[in-house]
Structure formats: C-alpha cells, structure tokens
Design a protein around this ligand. Sequence first.
Ligand code: PMT
Length: 402
Amino acid sequence: MSNSNQLQGKRVVLGVTGGIAAYKAADIVSRFKKEGAQIKVVMTKNALHFINPLTLETLSGNPVYYDTFQHRSNAWEIDHISLAKWADVMLIAPATANIISKVRCGIADDLLSTVIMATTSRVIFAPAMNTNMLNNPIVQENIKCLRNKGYEFIASEAGVLACGDFGDGKLAKVDDIVEYIKKIFIRKNDMRSLNVLVTAGPTREYIDPVRYISNPSSGKMGYSIAKACIERGAAVDLVSGPTYITPPTGVNLYYIDTATEMYNKVMELFPSCDIVFKSAAVGDYGVENRAEQKIKKTQDVMELKLVRNPDILQELGRRKQNQILVGFAAETRNIEEYALKKLHEKNLDFIFVNDVSRQDAGFSSDTNTGILFTNTGERVVLPIQNKTTLAHSIIDEVLKRI
Ligand code: PMT
C-alpha cells in the first residue's frame, strides 16, 4: 500500500519542549510541509532557549504559539481551544520528562500542556532526554500510565547524547517520526464495497412520557466503529440511541429511543448488510404498561412491572445468511465465561467483551480494552487504547478472519 500523500492537507500541531533536540523541530516542520501537511507549532518557554520561533514560523508558514496570553489580531479566539480543535494529530517532539510528567498528572499550566489536555485528537510523544532521566522509575511509570490512557510514544534511540553519555534517550529519527504520523492517516480502503450496520448508545424504556430507565452508554464505542468503517471505505448504517456526541460524517444515521424501535430498524436494514457491529447497550427489560400521561405522585410506593424486550442480536443470529455478526458484551464479573455463552447462544461470529466495572473502560470512558472471541475458539486480547484506535483494532481482527 502506498504511503504517498497521506499527509496532504492534514493538520498537525507540533509541541516543542525544552531539550537540546529542539533544534530538530526545524527538520520535522520542514518534512511535514514538504509532505503537504499544515503545521502549527506550540513551544514551551524553555524551548525558546534552544530554537528561535522565527525559524519555525518561517518553515511552517504559521505563527508560533508559546504564550497563553499572547496578543493576536484574532484576539477573540482562545488559542488552546482553537489549536486543540484544529489538530488532526498532536506530536510532541522532543518531549521532555517534564511535559510527560505534567500531562500524566493533569497539570495544565502553560499553553502546550493546556492544548494537550483539551484535544481529542491522537497525541504522540517522541521523548528525548538523558538516559538516567529516561530510566528513572518515575518517568517510566508516567510513560506507562499515559500509554494505558491511550497516549502514544515513539521510542527514543540509543546513541551518544548531547551530554556525552551513551545510552537510550536520543530523539527518534525524523524519518521514523514522519512515517509514524503518516501511518495514522493511511486510508486502508479494505472495507470498500461492504455494507456495515452499527448500533450504538443506550436505549430508553419509558415509564411515562417524561421518565425512563436507561444506562450510561455514551455511544462513543459504536460511533468510533462507525467512523472507522467509513474511513476504510464501507457504507455504514448507524442505528443510535440518544447520545450527545456528533455522528461521523458520511453515515446513514437512524435515531431510535427504545429497544423495540431499535429492533424494528435493525431488522429492516439487516438483509442488505454484510457485517453487524452490535455495540449498543440495549435495555433487556421494558415497562409493561407505559403511562400515556405523566404519573402523579399519589402513592408512597410504586411498583413497576418489567417485561423482557426482544433480544435483537439473538434474532439476527437466527436470521443470518452470510452476514458476519460481531456482538459486544458488557460484563462486571466472570467476563470470559459470560461472553462465550453469549457468543454461542446468539450464534455470533465474534464477541468483544469489556469489563464495565473499570473506570477506564466500557461505559462513557474515552478508552477501552477487552477480549475478542471468535466462534472458532480464538481469544485476542486488545490492550487499553482510545476508542478510535480500538475500533480499528477490532475491525483489523475481524477482517483478518473473514
Ligand atoms: O457507548 P459507550 O459509552 O462508548 O460504551 C460502550 C459499551 C460499554 C456500551 C460497549 O462497549 C458495549 O459493551 N456494548 C454492549 C452493551 C450490552 O448491551 O451488552 P450485553 O452484554 O447486555 O448484550 C450483549 C449483546 O446483545 C450486545 O451486543 C447487545 O447490543 C445485544 N443485545 C442485548 C439485549 C437486547 N435486548 N438486544 C441486543 O441486541
């Protein structure tokens, strides 16, 4: 697959921190420009000692940002927010022990750290520092913690360092840094000609017109799957419960409220689809007699009778012809045992199980981790990462096997 022009038009925010390798930022900016990317540079105060912003301004063709309170002609824009939103990707190169540790602790006390904190794009650190600093257990623990939260690292290299020491801590080669960022934008197109059906978000089971039973699904996991499928060339129907997030551009979106509405829409779309990702958190029970009008609080105790909703995925398993069914399982205990039971009972091809008792996984979090089981007995552990990259990892594993 050709990597050419992967960076054309892409918006890169480069964070430069205060280390001797800051001079290499000039080469990085120049390489990205030559590849057709747009690049904006944010420098820390310490980085200003190592490289003149004028160099980076000239090479990038954009103003260089280093002061949260810098006066600009477009003074109505809040730099750390507009830069955070502008970025398709953020690269911190070189990244010092200081910036890594600040981000790990959630400290946002200068422009660069606030942009990193405010962005929802992928953030990639390319560390460069003295070997002993890099090997310091505190720094290593901070790197590990950030990795677990979905931040990415381009490993430094071993060599003679500016201080004369020999060891790990040299900034990765500029070529390798550029290649890493390019790979992020490779449009695989490996789902071209596939029709994909994705369900996402929660359902609501109404008690009366203004009250309902639901769950904390934000829709992030399902929307990430839908977005990844679009990026890979699929035609995507997204059946979504109520969420507060923006749907990916290019999907055919169908909003539903209740499990029964989801059932009806999914059954209508199913015959023409090739793969289903069933990541919605569907209410297992609905209220038997939903009140037509708002219920008045006349009694001290009120009893609700709940009845089983249709199991949409189970019905898909019964009806399936050539479709591939990827179920999701939200569990809090015995996660492998329960997931395998669902895989077989619902006649699925794959099931991805996540432990929803974790803070950093499952419902509402930006990151997720879990195990993908196949109906042929395979078990693939997918490490913690943000939901966008996890969506691609799940799709990679599924496509490999079909
Ligand atoms: O939306 P987020 O905040 O990003 O959270 C993501 C998530 C935790 C919701 C997601 O990763 C997830 O686990 N989705 C499945 C939630 C769920 O309903 O799990 P379950 O174990 O109860 O159901 C198993 C499967 O059967 C699911 O694919 C579900 O969509 C399906 N099901 C369940 C009940 C029902 N009546 N009909 C169904 O189709």
